[in-house]
Design a protein around this ligand. Structure first.
Ligand code: CA
Length: 226
């Protein structure tokens, strides 16, 4: 599936220049022109990367960045600013940004940074074991354990559980789950998510363990302890 990039930039010309270029490279670009919408999309759409302008109407880029980190989203953040000033760069990195670019820049330069951030991210995402309560998931072996018990998962079950493990205590909507695990093709009428959630629950609760995958009525599902 194509990487989803959230672009938060209020200047239409720059936003257009960046989004057109990224789409041409095959990225799925979602856009916001102010900080508040940027935050909503960051938490609602779970992008793979955020490109964030510092100077924004409303909540500025530094505060958007801080709130993304306070909300424990691990997404890589590339900050943009028009000001070529060292204090701004330091502030951006202190706020939790991963990289920083000064406007104006050539698109190729941006693309190189985007690719580097995705590469830097990838090994972290694929290697470190994920834990939640007594549940452990190992991305290298694609094995799950509930306490000491080994839980055998199919490929899709694993992908679905990994998505929840990467976003613990967060409600994932049906659309987000479709998008991440199956792509858009399935459409909204399929009950495939329900079916897979049922499979996962029966395996994760096979010995009477407490429920970790909860239905949030009318919204979606969440991995949480109660
Ligand atoms: Ca701006």
């Amino acid at each position: 599936m194509n990487d989803k990039i959230l672009l938060v930039e209020d200047e239409p010309q720059i936003a257009g220049f960046i989004s057109r270029g990224l789409r041409r490279e095959g990225y799925n670009v979602i856009q916001a022109t102010d900080g508040e919408t940027g935050l909503e999309l960051a938490f609602g759409e779970l992008p793979d990367l955020v490109i964030l302008d510092v100077m924004l109407p409303g909540i500025d880029g530094l505060n958007v960045c801080r709130r993304i980190r306070e909300g424990e989203l691990q997404v890589p953040i590339l900050m943009l600013t028009a000001k070529d000033a060292i204090p701004d760069k330091v502030a951006g990195l202190e706020a939790g940004a991963d990289d920083y670019m000064v406007k104006p820049f050539a698109f190729e330069e941006l693309l190189a940074r985007v690719r580097a951030l995705r590469r830097r991210r990838a090994p972290i995402e694929s290697d470190a074991p994920l834990t939640f309560a007594d549940l452990t998931l190992s991305p290298t072996t694609r094995m799950a354990h509930r306490g000491q018990r080994n839980v055998e998962l199919t490929a899709k079950e694993y992908d679905l559980l990994e998505l929840f493990m990467r976003h613990p205590n967060q409600v994932l909507t049906r659309d987000q789950i479709y998008d991440r695990i199956w792509g858009y093709d399935f459409g909204g009428e399929s009950n495939i998510i329900e079916v897979y959630i049922r499979y996962l629950r029966s395996k994760l609760e096979a010995e009477g363990e407490t429920r970790l995958l909860h239905t949030i009525r009318g919204v979606g599902y969440a991995l949480r302890e109660s």
